[in-house]
Design a protein around this ligand. Structure first.
Ligand SMILES: Cc1ncc(COP(=O)(O)O)c(C=O)c1O
Length: 450
């Protein structure tokens, strides 16, 4: 057994597949078997593998300046260029950008900057953060506390209470609707519940509401269209910032530049990572509005520094990778490709809606999930994630890599460069895997065909 501690893995069941190379939207294992990367690795390798232009930009930067930092009066061109480029792209006024290495760090940095800001403007009690009951925001101590998934909390003693994390119901209509309520009634009820929560806790104690515009690892959940506009109206009323975790949605995933554009909501703060550099080199960004930065400047002078930063904040090679990635997105119109080919993928996946195991097919752009249910007629879920895990395994045998998330939702999130023909390939492989799953669960008496 290797000495690696495997992340997000059953520690008794490890090293199932060893990937040794990639090309376009495909990866290969050591035996030479080819797999279609149906989840872009971990929702991130947007340009696929072997993009020579990106590799060249990274190699070039390695030769010029392989490392430098941004602490205490040092800077470099690549970081300045990237910050300017991002500031011009995001829907945040006078955007200020803090760089880190991962989505978790971006979210942790936001938690700290929110605390810093409200402390220095004389509102030290305004610290609580509302997050969805089912949500994924990372695994560092603070971001794991924001994450609403039991497996990411068990045995870790996270300081959820100390950090003032509050929960709001996840706006997933398929599971959350009660007594045949309409989608708009569902939205109105959930938003009212958020308002009740704010009034109970006191608006003066709540700093922000964090949400993914379209959920990813917590089950690929697309909120009803009106949810975010109604929610942010309430947040504005009570002076609470809306913080969009765009770590998966950002940069074309939902068929637009950002998930916020797709969901018609304007964020105050944004977290970006993954597709920012197509994941060839790790980099993330926490974006705050200019007014927060302005308020933090003088207090930092009194202390002597703004006491937050990483050795690899604004790493020049990561910045060069991100700049080239953004250039390719724009030049090759990859957000438009995500909208067009994504629309086709959504249509084709919906062909499985009538399958006896399929409860809901959901998604937008190039992110989707097919949720397997024990009884689709009564919307009854399987008791555990075994069926999703089996289906994922059958997909793998067919040469399709996807993930089962939040139990039995099979998630699709292929690279933005995918073509319609390659979507057809996903569908063919998934169709075969789903039939094998149906035979298996029927034989094992995990499922009864009605
Ligand atoms: C929405 C969201 N936020 C944050 C993270 C954490 O990012 P990282 O794994 O880079 O720390 C993820 C990772 O999947 C994510 O999906």
């Amino acid at each position: 057994m290797s000495s690696i501690i495997y992340p997000t893995t059953n520690l008794n069941q490890i090293e199932q597949i060893s990937i040794c190379r990639g090309d376009g939207i495909y990866v290969y294992d050591e035996a030479g078997k080819r797999y279609l990367e149906g989840l872009s690795g971990l929702w991130c390798a947007s340009l696929g593998y072997g993009n020579e232009e990106l590799i060249d930009a990274i190699t070039q930067q390695l030769k010029i300046l392989p490392y430098s930092h941004l602490f205490g009066g040092r800077t470099h061109e690549r970081a300045i260029e990237l910050a300017d480029e991002l500031a011009s792209m995001v829907p945040i006024e006078d955007a200020r950008i803090f760089f880190a290495n991962s989505g978790s760090e971006a979210n942790d940095s936001h938690v700290k900057m929110l605390r810093y800001y409200f402390n220095v403007i004389g509102k030290p009690q305004k610290k609580k953060i509302i997050a969805f009951e089912k949500s994924y925001h990372g695994v560092t101590v603070a971001s794991a506390a924001l994450t609403g998934l039991p497996a990411m909390h068990a045995h870790f003693d996270l300081p959820t209470e100390a950090l003032g994390i509050l929960r709001a119901e996840t706006p997933h209509y398929y599971h959350g609707q009660i007594d045949g309520e309409s989608e708009s009634e569902f939205v109105a009820r959930l938003v009212k519940d958020v308002e009740t929560l704010i009034l109970r806790e006191g608006q003066e104690t709540i700093a922000a509401f964090i949400a993914e515009p379209v959920g990813g690892a917590a089950g690929v959940m697309v909120p009803p269209k009106g949810y975010f506009p109604a929610l942010t109206k309430v947040l504005e009323k009570y002076d609470i910032l809306f913080w969009a975790d765009e770590v998966i949605c950002g940069f074309g995933r939902t068929g637009n530049d950002f998930g916020c554009t797709t969901m018609e909501v304007k964020p105050d703060l944004m977290s970006l990572a993954k597709q920012l550099s197509s994941s060839y080199i790790p980099i993330s960004a926490s974006i705050i509005p200019g007014f927060m930065h302005d308020a933090m400047r003088d207090p930092s002078e009194q202390v002597g520094i703004f006491g937050h930063g990483y050795t690899y904040t604004g790493h020049p090679v990561a910045c060069a990778a991100a700049l080239k990635t953004l250039e390719i997105y724009k030049r090759d119109k990859l957000f438009e490709n995500a909208a067009a080919v994504g629309g086709y993928m959504q249509e084709r996946l919906r062909e499985f809606s009538d399958h006896p195991l399929v409860g809901e097919v959901r998604g937008t752009g190039l992110i989707a999930a097919v949720e397997l249910m024990q009884d689709k007629h009564t919307r009854t879920s399987f008791g555990d994630g075994r069926v999703g895990a089996i289906a994922k395994q059958f997909c793998q045998e067919q040469g399709l890599l996807i993930r089962a998330v939040a139990g039995n939702s099979l998630a699709f999130c292929p690279p933005l460069i995918i073509s319609k023909e390659q979507v057809d390939e996903i569908i063919t492989k998934f169709d075969a895997a789903l039939e094998l799953t149906l035979s298996y669960v029927t034989k094992e008496k995990l499922f009864t065909l009605r």
